[in-house]
Design a protein around this ligand. Structure first.
Ligand SMILES: [Fe+2]
Length: 137
């Protein structure tokens, strides 16, 4: 898995949230491109890692506020937030691994983000709030 590609099936029926998910995919692809370079620059990779962590933090926080405003049940918000926190922590752990000189981090990072964030989270957990933010529940 070299790069992620946005697919219509990832949509949560909201232009802002879809755009944020697409931006995350763009940053993840940029990070993958950096880490794949044989002459990867620690500074350049750290910069993209930092941007990814910052974007993930602000997107998760926006999404949590958005679903709370839409009346998504509190216990579901708590479970959703716990998944967000786990994903963010893992991204930070991968950044630390990279900082400690583990250049093979890409081989774990991409499958993690694909499985835990794109497939399980966006296609599962995020889809669950769609009826609330579209007013269809
Ligand atoms: Fe989410």
């Amino acid at each position: 898995m070299d790069r992620f590609e946005w697919k219509a099936e990832y949509s949560v029926d909201d232009a802002t949230l879809d755009a944020q998910h697409q931006e995350m995919i763009a940053i993840i692809n940029e990070l993958a491109d950096q880490l794949r370079r044989p002459d990867v620059s620690a500074t350049a990779a750290r910069d993209v890692f930092d941007r990814l962590a910052a974007y993930v933090t602000s997107h998760f926080s926006y999404e949590e506020g958005r679903i709370a405003d839409a009346g998504y049940p509190l216990e579901s918000i708590a479970a959703h937030r716990a998944e967000h926190n786990k994903i963010l922590r893992q991204v930070q752990d991968f950044e630390q691994l990279f900082e400690s000189g583990d250049v093979a981090v890409l081989q774990q990072l991409m499958p993690f983000l694909y499985g835990e964030w794109l497939i399980l989270h966006i296609c599962g957990t995020d889809k669950d709030y769609v009826p609330y933010i579209t007013g269809a529940h």
